[in-house]
Write a protein that binds this ligand. Structure first.
Ligand SMILES: [Zn+2]
Length: 199
């Protein structure tokens, strides 16, 4: 683990959207802290300051709901003041405002979550890769083998760049890796690094 930290600032009503978009991102070798999940685990939102201060990137989820949430404004304002890059993930250009109008972000395409997740991974990869160990190149996902009684950690090394991954996705190809313990083969969508099947 290389220890990079991503903080996701979002409106309470957008938790489900955030969880959908970040479900595969969470398998990458950096910490993903989703504001509402942190709160549900017993912290108050005001006490997330430490998480924010230690993050390498703050993803601001800017939706209609977010426009009326003071938290997102405060959290992104805090990040910017600390010099932490903010990556806007937005429904429409109108949802971007203030300091982050000109920052390169990712448009949320609700009809096409694969495109949104792919673009999110592209931006995170370019933000995080120059930091420490991820530049090795060291872009991978790791998860416990899902075969009962195995549980062995399975790693999918991702050597291709994002452009090549998207081409593979468009051609319906997959990425695969095997569990070193039981030999089960796992298949992933190259665009979203979403789990497809196990054989
Ligand atoms: Zn296994």
């Amino acid at each position: 683990m290389s220890g990079e930290q991503v903080f996701v600032s979002h409106a309470p009503g957008d938790l489900e959207l955030v969880q959908d978009l970040f479900s595969t991102v969470k398998n990458f070798p950096f910490g993903v802290h989703i504001a509402l999940e942190e709160i549900e685990s017993g912290r108050s939102r005001a006490r997330l300051e430490g998480r924010l201060a230690n993050s390498d990137v703050v993803v601001a989820v800017l939706t209609e709901r977010a426009a009326t949430s003071q938290w997102i404004n405060q959290e992104t304002g805090y990040a910017l003041a600390k010099g932490i890059p903010v990556l806007p993930l937005y429904d429409s250009e109108e949802n971007r405002g203030g300091f982050i109008t000109d920052v390169e972000g990712v448009a949320i395409d609700r009809e096409n979550p694969s495109v949104t997740i792919f673009n999110l991974l592209c931006r995170l990869r370019s933000e995080l890769a120059p930091l420490g160990a991820l530049s090795v190149p060291n872009w991978y996902v790791r998860f416990p083998c899902t075969v009962s009684n195995c549980d062995h950690p399975v790693t999918l090394e991702i050597e291709r760049n994002q452009t090549k991954l998207w081409k593979l996705h468009q051609h319906g190809q997959t990425l695969s890796t095997a569990c070193a313990n039981c030999g089960s083969q796992y298949y992933f969508d190259p665009g979203t690094i979403g789990y497809l099947r196990r054989e």
